[in-house]
Design a protein around this ligand. Structure first.
Ligand code: ZN
Length: 318
């Protein structure tokens, strides 16, 4: 198999063209439900020493807590790096292999031929129903205060209690994940290295593997890799997000309400956004508080092959 760093070098020298065709966006909407108190901390407010040791991150205008998209994306990437055995140093994993699920979905620092980062996660805003509920319970600040004691091992006394803000359990946030799909094609240009040279041999090696390389770079593989996003959500459900997960904080549940495909034709104002009929594929959704309805990441993963085919059909619609 051809090394992709080598392909990049040949592209840079003008022996091959890289054409990146934008095929559309898959929009995943749903809810994040806190199952235990959630603390995604804000450094900005830690100046106010004496009262609260750690604050939750809040929207500076509405003062409502939210779940930063960057926290979710970072947590997801990190957990998937472990799952796919890509952790070998203290650094964030980064490589140039287009078949690498981590770098293709989340981005790479290397010189790559497979185009931009595929996944984006918006900041998850508190739902209106949860906002009203918290306000009606007198939590105008939208958080609970959790006092934690440190036990002095010699005296056995509780010392220096610390106070944390947490979003209470049972609160919902609106989740939106975007997944961009591309079809990348590498093709020969008129330029060729001098015949008989060492470079020419390497060039021929790449030319002979072009079909294989283009298969790896195809939109089918992009859509296939969407499953890793749901795997990421599935692991987050078990290991939590934010601070103090080892002390019981940050357990969340994801409810997937819809998967909508916006093919290129949609952005050309010709075609429509297509909603994948999850009910037909998976069965009836699970009902949650406030009448929210949706499916769990595990339901999506167990039916992923069918969902993938529907997404590919939708992306190919003119
Ligand atoms: Zn990689």
């Amino acid at each position: 198999m051809v090394q992709h760093e080598k392909v990049y070098d040949f592209v840079k020298e003008g022996y091959f063209n890289v054409n990146i065709f934008f095929k559309g966006v898959i929009v995943i909407r749903g809810k994040i439900k806190t199952e235990t108190g959630l603390l995604i901390g804000s450094l900005a407010e830690e100046i106010e020493i004496g009262k609260v040791d750690q604050f939750v991150v809040r929207d500076p205008i509405t003062r409502k807590p939210y779940v930063p998209g960057s926290s979710l994306k970072g947590r997801m990437r990190c957990l998937l790096e472990y799952k796919y055995e890509k952790v070998s140093s203290f650094e964030v994993h980064s490589c140039a292999d287009p078949s690498c699920e981590i770098c293709r979905i989340f981005g790479s620092k290397e010189n790559i031929i497979y185009g931009p980062t595929r996944v984006g996660i918006f900041d998850a805003i508190l739902t209106e129903e949860s906002r009203k509920e918290l306000e009606s319970k007198g939590l105008g600040n939208y958080v609970e205060m959790k006092v934690e004691n440190y036990i002095n091992r010699v005296t056995g006394r509780a010392e220096a209690p610390r106070v944390f803000e947490r979003v209470p359990a049972g609160v919902f946030f609106n989740l939106t994940i975007n997944y961009n799909v591309f079809d990348v094609k590498i093709s020969k240009t008129d330029k060729e290295p001098e015949k008989g040279s060492e470079k020419y041999e390497k060039y021929v090696e790449i030319v002979n593997s072009l079909d294989k390389i283009n298969e790896v770079l195809s939109m089918r593989v992009d859509v296939e890799y969407l499953k890793h996003v749901f795997e990421g959500l599935l692991i987050i459900e078990d290991v939590g997000i934010g601070s103090s997960v080892s002390r019981g904080y940050g357990r969340v549940k994801f409810i997937i309400e819809e998967i909508e495909v916006r093919p290129l034709s949609y952005y050309q104002s010709k075609g429509n956004a297509i909603r994948i009929n999850l009910e037909k594929i998976i069965g009836p959704p699970v009902e949650e508080k406030f009448g929210y309805k949706g499916w769990r990441p595990i339901d999506i993963l167990r039916n992923f092959d069918k969902i993938k085919q529907e997404i590919i059909n939708a992306l190919s619609s003119e």
